[in-house]
Design a binder for this molecule. Sequence first.
Ligand code: NAD
Ligand code: GLY
Length: 387
Amino acid sequence: MGIAEQLPSASLGAPTSAPQGGGHQTVCVDTGRERYDILIGSGLLAEPQAWTGLPKASRAVVVSNETIAPLWAERLVQALRPHYPQVTVLNLPDGEAHKDWPALNSIFNHLLEHTADRKTMLFALGGGVVGDITGFAAGCYMRGVPFVQVPTTLLAQVDSSVGGKTAINHPLGKNMIGLFYQPKRVVCDLDTLNTLPQREFIAGLAEVIKYGPIADEGFLGWIEDHLDALLARDTGALTHAIRRSCEIKAEVVGQDEKEGGLRAILNFGHTFGHAIESGLGYGQWLHGEAVGCGMRMATDLSVRLGLVPPATLQRMHTLLVRAGLPVRAPDLGGDVYLDWMGRDKKAEAGDIRFVVLESMGRAVVRKAPEAVVRGVLTSAVQVSAAP
Ligand code: NAD
Ligand code: GLY
């Protein structure tokens, strides 16, 4: 049985009509051990209701970065003041290259210098980099302090802020040092996306698109139909895309918090994508761009394994090109790709394992013969970017 078959179709195949009216949407994550809400809406940073009911503490620390804090930190600090007598802001340097030990240590330095106790609340205001490193710091400081994710990129709102994966990078591999550590809440303020550069926004769309092929073909069709509205950042379309993405992720994480099996489907495109990111050096391609190209490669692999027809690859290719995501892989050489992919966290005893499509809307994890993978790699560097 494919692992996606363990997902109840009633939840993952739910209708994909856009929500009506104002207010915010709520999606609940329940891992059995932890339960928390994802709030989705416009203006949530300044919305008192978004910050009530969190654990009490004498201190809150907002961890952000030098790009995001000038845009959005003051709004969050004002919203937190009624709840926390002391609120400080720590700005990390911006960029994937700083998801590292020195940046992590600077969070610990800030907490210790401000005599933060074990009830101190951390608020991760930023994209996936800030969210991942702040979550990791929260999980380690005094053996664990509570934290809230306040994601400000599309990628973070639909993926990285949800599910409790926290990490920093190691020179020998991405996200290799980390913890599963769940936030107390996720607050997705759509307004923060207004300042997001279009390249970053499109990279985030890759993670939205991902949920279609792995879990919900109906959602994929909805994305195809509403791509122009999404690219124009239409609030209704975005709210629906973020909510449906979070619903699917919450369902998967609820069944398999620590990636014993099912959760691996969320890594569709990531084995190839991480190799692109690592092989080029962090920061050359954005994570979402690498995942977009990687999803095309994983779909090609699915075709070559005889799991899906070539039309499935054409459908993915067309959507990725329409979204403005790269489809031609960088020519790193097959050996370099295989070397990086061998370090993937899904690898077992040296065998690379790939998330592939068993059908559109259903993903499974498979090993693949090296010759077949090499065929994908050879073809991927020659792909035309025409739809
Ligand atoms: P990012 O955090 O680097 O943010 C992208 C850029 O946009 C940065 O320069 C940032 O400063 C800027 N930015 C963020 N919000 C902004 C805003 N509202 N206005 C203007 N600029 C803004 O990148 P990302 O794509 O959000 O996240 C990528 C990271 O997430 C990677 O490290 C990846 O490994 C990680 N990730 C983690 C998970 C998980 O489950 N934990 C899932 C997917 C990705
Ligand atoms: N982004 C993959 C996961 O959360 O498992």
